[in-house]
Design a protein around this ligand. Structure first.
Ligand SMILES: C[S@@+](CC[C@H](N)C(=O)[O-])C[C@H]1O[C@@H](n2cnc3c(N)ncnc32)[C@H](O)[C@@H]1O
Length: 325
């Protein structure tokens, strides 16, 4: 289990915070948590929260006596999460956050201390939980600054909208750029974009191939999908979906830059699971167009799945693979 979550739950118990009206931002399931309202933009985790009995919401409403927060990977998400938590705190309520020491727990504790007076700090499992009882006022100027940094923004010299925390938020991913350059102009019929992010590959495919009838974008991160809605237009469908759970339709073509990280760690099996789902969802004679880091053993996996696969382009870091069923 996530050690930051363990430390968060420990702090919740130690602080004797009100457990009747809790909001959990960045929620993950834990057997010792009471029924609570949960916000989680990542679909696999959101599904796990729902299965554990949490009340999932896309946009929390109202005020809560206790707000828990497990931040994502970036500084922007963490600071914006502090501001978001403050917006949901009822008068006199408690705010508790936890993160790994290696994720900058001490630094972020100091940051929160600039906004308000901290009331506790607990160190355990190489993580730190800290927070406040909302008796003290929070610095309004700093809160406004933190709110602003998480807002969607445009990538320089493009019209693509992204937001902090989503994959490749500050630039177009170089692997996806390589794949886009090698997408054929002959894609037609129905196309799926697996792990579509903020929509770069779908946008490029639609621009290159006039005979595409429809693209379905599948993405686990609700925030990235929100950006994709602004970046991709035409006959497109947006699905907040865990690709590893499979697809219900079949496709003429599939495009993907598969993920191979879960949280901070490398997970090649996640990328392979994407390819297995793609192979199952391709129509006969359908084609798969993907990009991957050069060292990833995807060609062999595709052959095992019964596809004919070959690398059609490479640079110093990435390879573009074409496979057919
Ligand atoms: C390498 S990125 C590519 C993003 C986008 N296609 C691009 O070119 O910028 C992989 C994407 O897969 C998404 N992802 C990770 N796990 C997923 C899952 N289980 N189901 C669906 N999408 C997932 C990530 O959020 C990320 O946006």
């Amino acid at each position: 289990m996530n050690p930051a979550l363990e430390t968060l739950v420990l702090a919740l118990k130690e602080q004797r915070a009100d457990q009747r009206n809790i909001l959990f931002l960045g929620a993950e399931p834990h057997p010792e948590l009471p029924v609570l309202t949960a916000w989680q933009p990542l679909k696999p985790l959101a599904d796990a929260c729902e299965r554990s009995g949490m009340i999932l919401t896309e946009k929390p409403k109202g005020k809560f006596s206790t707000v828990l927060f497990l931040p994502g990977k970036t500084k922007e998400e963490t600071l914006a999460g502090f501001a978001m938590a403050h917006g949901y705190l009822a008068e006199g309520g408690s705010f508790i956050t936890a993160m790994a020491n290696t994720s900058g727990a001490a630094r972020f504790e100091k940051e929160l201390g600039k906004a308000t007076l901290l009331s506790f700090s607990v160190s355990k499992h190489k993580c730190r939980a800290f927070g406040v009882s909302n008796l003290e006022a929070w610095d309004a100027e700093l809160l406004a600054e933190w709110q602003k940094i998480a807002e969607p923004h445009v990538i320089a010299e493009t019209f693509f909208v992204t937001q902090p925390g989503v994959f490749s938020a500050k630039h177009i991913d170089p692997g996806s750029l390589l794949l886009a350059g090698h997408l054929p102009v002959s894609l037609r019929g129905n196309v799926a974009d697996l792990g579509a992010g903020w929509g770069f590959l779908s946008h490029m495919a639609l621009n290159k191939s006039p005979n595409i009838s429809r693209i379905d974008l599948f993405e686990a991160d609700a925030r990235a999908l929100e950006c994709a809605r602004r970046n991709v237009s035409g006959n497109v469908n947006f699905h907040w979906h865990d690709v590893t759970s499979g697809l219900t339709e079949t496709y003429d073509h599939i495009i993907t830059n598969p993920p191979f990280h879960t949280a901070q760690s490398k997970d090649v099996d996640l990328g392979k699971a994407f390819l297995s789902v793609a192979a199952a969802a391709l129509k006969r004679n359908g084609t798969l167009h993907l990009v991957a880091n050069r060292q990833l053993p995807y060609e062999a996996h595709l052959q095992e799945l019964g596809l004919r696969a070959r690398s059609i382009a490479e640079d110093h870091a990435y390879k573009v693979i074409f496979a057919s069923k």
